[in-house]
Structure formats: structure tokens, C-alpha cells
Design a protein around this ligand. Structure first.
Ligand SMILES: [Zn+2]
Length: 382
């Protein structure tokens, strides 16, 4: 039998709780804060330009307060699928498309979960008027599916080193970061679900979003409770300038006026109201845990706020303004055709926002989903 001194006993207990906490939360919902801190260590330009972001955003908002006149902004997405042989990492077109639909529905407040937004926050829950498309044109002007599949011999990737973002290291280089939202889908080590860069006047060379293939989209390889595509919604929120609701410190500031002050992250799916009067406030509604920028389970998330929308629109105008005038989403025709199986059966036709079409509408992009997991994107011209 081993006897422990009081001091060692205390150490052992502390270690036990740390270990247990690590075990219980062995999945890391989001590593963006950790990732951005690590970028600060190696990139002074990024660090210094991030310091000015809040000032620049506040200034932009005060100069552009006609929120009503904002048009819909569409962001072209390139999804890089990095997959190793004999694994299920080479996710289907259908799984990728489901993620694009989820982004569109979440950012346009068009998903079915919005009915769960507590009524006290309905008036500030935002249609962000931001949409996403799979890119139709590649950097060389050729038609593309918006999906780049890359076979690798690397079994898992880590945020340290960012190797999924480098062709020389078993991943793939980003497409031009000013023109495309680059999303890398791969096997992430350490239980990390995803991470993203945040925007500023200096964009890091690895600008974009990384998501585990187990948490991308809502079918195929996804694993509950993070199986509804909200990891990507959350990470794209960071990519467009949003912080976690607790400002990454105890009762911290997320730079958003209409989200309540919150002590720290929420997990699982609390009941409403949760944590009333926290952080010494008189806030009877408690934490806005169902916000996409918290850590709750995917099915429990359902809102961005008006001020979060304003910050994202400001970030696009200041730091990602090629998206305002892009034509990468507007190519007349592109075909996603990675399986090409004969005799495949059409399951359904949907529009770019994921709405089912009962017939082929002309002059809009329709997505044809087949039973073999393939998707074809077409415009029927009059
Ligand atoms: Zn996060």
C-alpha cells in the first residue's frame, strides 16, 4: 500500500480532478482562442493588427449605421477534404453540401431550431443576411465543384503546425484567402472539433476554418452531440470577427452589446433561464447559452444577435471586402461529380438555401441530390 503525505494527497486530488475534468470533456468544442494565442507568439504583424480591430469596428459601425440598407453578402467557400486511405475521412458530397445548407440556414435564421429561441430574445435574434456557396470558379478561372479532395499519408493533424494548410506537409495550400473562405476538413487530434482565424488588417497565411470530419455537416461521419453542423457555424462566426460570449475570461467582454455578460462557457443543453444574475448583474434571463458562440450541444443552438450581425458585417467590410463584389458564386454552371455512378436516382432538388424545390425553377441555382451521395449544381436557363 502507498501512503501519501498530506501535501502529496492534495496534489493527487488536484491531479485527479484535472484528469477527470479532462476525461469528461475530452472533446474540445473550439480551440480558436488557443490557436490565435499561439499565432500571436510567432507573428507580430497578426498580433499588432488584432489590437486595432475593436477600435476599427466601432468606427466603421458609427460611420455606417444604416443597417437596413445592407444587401445580402454571399461568401464563396472552398472545402478541402484531407483524407487518409482506408479511413472514412473522405466524406461524401452530400455531407459537405449539408454543411453549406446549415451555414445558410443558421446565418439567415431559417432553421427549424429558431422556435426554441427564448421569447425574451426574439426581437434581437438576427437574420444576418450572410449566405454561403460552394465556389463555382477556381483561382485559375476554371469551373470547380468547390470541393478539393486531397489524399494524405498523415493520420492526424494538430493545430500546432497547421499542417493541413500546407501541400508540402500532407495537407493543401489555401486558395487565395481574400477571395475564398477556406475550410479544411480533416482528422484533428486531441479531440478538437474545430478552430478558426479571426480577421484584421493582416490576415494570416493560414486564414480560414478547420473542422474535424466527425463534426462537419449533419450526416455521414458525424458524431453526436455535435452532429448538426454547428461547429462550423461557430467557427465561421469567429472567422467573421465574433468572440465567445464570455470574452474568453471570467465574466469577460465579447465586444457585443446585446449579449448578456456571462461567466464562462456552457455545455450540454441547460434549461432557460440559466445562471440568472451571474457576474453581479440583475439579469434575470441569465446566459444566452443558445447563442452559436457558446459551447452547448448542436441541437441546443439557435441564434446570433443583431449586434453580432453588425460586427460580422463590419468585419467583412473592413477585412474581407472582396466578398462584397465577388463573382465566384455566380458562375452559370458547375457540376459536382466525384462519384459518377450510372443509374443513380434523384432524391430531391433544393435551392442554395436548402429549401426543397417541387419543380425545376429557371434561372436560379438548383442542387440535385442523388441516392449515391453525389450532388449536381445546375441552372436551368430559360
Ligand atoms: Zn470558439
Amino acid at each position: 500500500m502507498v501512503y501519501l503525505s498530506k501535501k502529496n494527497m492534495r496534489k493527487t486530488i488536484v491531479f485527479y480532478f484535472i484528469f477527470q475534468s479532462f476525461f469528461l470533456h475530452s472533446q474540445i468544442r473550439c480551440a480558436s482562442d488557443h490557436y490565435i494565442s499561439s499565432l500571436f507568439q510567432i507573428n507580430n504583424l497578426y498580433k499588432n493588427s488584432q489590437r486595432n480591430v475593436n477600435k476599427e469596428i466601432v468606427q466603421w459601425i458609427s460611420n455606417n449605421n444604416q443597417k437596413e440598407s445592407i444587401n445580402i453578402i454571399t461568401i464563396p467557400v472552398i472545402v478541402h477534404v484531407i483524407w487518409e486511405d482506408n479511413t472514412d475521412e473522405n466524406i461524401s458530397d452530400m455531407q459537405i453540401l449539408s454543411q453549406i445548407e446549415i451555414l445558410n440556414k443558421d446565418f439567415r435564421r431559417a432553421n427549424i431550431d429558431v422556435i426554441n429561441t427564448p421569447s425574451v430574445w426574439n426581437s434581437i435574434a438576427a437574420d444576418c443576411e450572410i449566405e454561403f456557396c460552394l465556389a463555382s470558379i477556381d483561382p485559375y478561372g476554371n469551373a470547380t465543384s468547390g470541393i478539393n479532395r486531397v489524399k494524405t499519408s498523415v493520420s492526424t493533424f494538430s493545430l500546432i503546425g497547421d499542417k493541413m494548410k500546407s501541400t508540402n506537409e500532407g495537407g493543401t495550400d489555401p486558395w487565395p484567402i481574400n477571395d475564398y473562405l477556406n475550410i479544411w476538413v480533416c482528422d484533428l487530434s486531441g479531440g478538437i472539433l474545430g478552430y478558426a482565424t479571426s480577421p484584421s488588417n493582416f490576415l494570416s497565411s493560414g486564414d480560414g476554418v478547420v473542422v474535424s470530419y466527425k463534426h462537419f455537416g449533419d450526416n455521414g461521419t458525424v458524431e453526436p452531440p455535435y452532429h448538426k453542423g454547428r461547429t462550423t457555424t461557430h467557427e465561421v462566426g469567429h472567422y467573421l470577427g465574433l468572440k465567445h460570449l464570455w470574452g474568453d475570461s471570467n465574466c469577460g467582454d465579447d465586444q457585443i452589446n446585446d449579449t448578456p455578460t456571462q461567466q464562462s462557457e456552457n455545455n450540454d443543453c441547460p434549461g432557460f433561464p440559466h445562471n440568472q444574475n451571474s457576474c453581479g448583474t440583475q439579469n434575470l434571463n441569465g446566459d444566452m447559452f443558445m447563442n452559436y458562440m457558446d459551447y452547448v450541444n448542436d441541437f441546443c443552438m439557435n441564434m446570433f444577435t443583431q449586434d453580432q450581425k453588425t460586427r460580422m458585417v463590419a468585419s467583412i467590410n473592413l477585412y474581407r471586402n472582396n466578398f462584397l463584389t465577388q463573382t465566384i458564386c455566380n458562375s452559370s454552371l458547375s457540376v459536382i461529380n466525384s462519384t459518377n455512378r450510372q443509374n443513380k436516382k434523384l432524391i430531391k432538388i433544393i435551392d442554395i438555401l436548402g429549401r426543397k424545390q417541387n419543380y425545376e425553377k429557371k434561372n436560379i441555382i438548383n442542387l440535385y441530390i442523388f441516392d449515391d451521395g453525389s450532388v449536381e449544381k445546375k441552372i436551368k436557363i430559360n
